[in-house]
Design a protein around this ligand. Sequence first.
Ligand code: PMP
Length: 421
Amino acid sequence: MPAPAPDSPDRPSAVPALDLARLRADFPALAQEVRGQPLVYLDSAATALKPQAVIDAVTRVYARDCANVHRGVHLLSQRATEAYEAVRAKVQGLLGAADPSEIVFVRGTTEAINLVAQSWARPRLGPGDEILITGLEHHANIVPWQMVCEQTGASLRVVPITDAGAVQLEDVDQALGERTRVVAVAHVSNALGTVLPVRAIADRAHAVGAKLLVDGAQAVPHMEVDVTALGCDFYCFSAHKVYGPTGVGALWAPRAVLEEMSPYQGGGDMIRSVSFERTTYAPPPHKFEAGTPNIAGTVGMGAAIDYLAELDRDALHAHEQALLDYATQALSEIPGLRLWGTAAAKLSVLSFTMDAAHPHDIGTIVDSHGVAIRTGHHCAQPVMTRFGIPATARASLSIYNTREDVDALVRALLHVQEMFG
Ligand code: PMP
């Protein structure tokens, strides 16, 4: 059936048109068969597929501009440096930051949080101080803070989550106090899909004089982010979840905050001058980027941001939300299936268990249908503990998924039920 014309009454006017077939053609991995079936990729929360433009950008670095950055006068090094440094302004635009020098390139969300924990929190916290996180955090936003607590004598407090997997502001208020120095929250939960009320949390954190770090790993792929509007003090994400390469990401903080922080890793490229008596550091962001960086990955991250910028993000968001509604309805109709994470503000993720089978068996059988989902604790063991379950199966949606993908998942889950039920 032909798609309704853009001005047709069949198309709700609030939802702009999206050429899904064209968009899917940008992702070469989608063109393959897996276990004899067309690939249905429902694991983008773990890592997103890459468009050809990103693959080409990475290849170009190695094939043409293959040189180290910052240190060479030769042409290849100049080209590599320009391509690498140009990505700061792209990330600045993506996050609504004030200046490219506020963007620190890191290995990913994990390294960004460790950097803030070690460079901002560790020198400033002591016994009696508190770090506040929530009950739905990824291990990357738990363990670095536990390490700082061990190092400084500070203590970790946790805002509980509701049965639906939401974070309530009353509970944030209850947990915040005059000893709270850092609040660190996910913008969107990877295990449950919950969207946190970051702006309101920022206001509360600042009212007690605490800094707010936001883990944007699951938000940047799905929503427009503006760090100024969010009012946070640190924001970070990983490129590989936003259609970019693995092993690279970015940390944003205001220039003045970066100026005040000392680096926690030393080496080449982060210094102004070195002698055995005394070393001085380069200005931010370079003082946080010791060693040869992931040059090709960073350029690939820039290509991913350019790719996203070409798309209509409102249309993508509407498409993903409509698909989440469709999938939520379809999965709810499967007898013995329970969805975890039903907060009103939610995106992209369907975490579930089935009476019939353990999540790992679900994952294996679904894979035999060519459907890729994730099973386990999703690096959020405390979420599993909160709900008294060992693991979930998790299907996560992205811009290139279709209703047919969801239908394939449902067929595979009905097969699980037949086998184990
Ligand atoms: N936080 C969240 C919410 C995540 O989903 C992830 C990745 N699963 C991370 C942090 C860690 O990201 P990375 O492994 O890319 O550093």
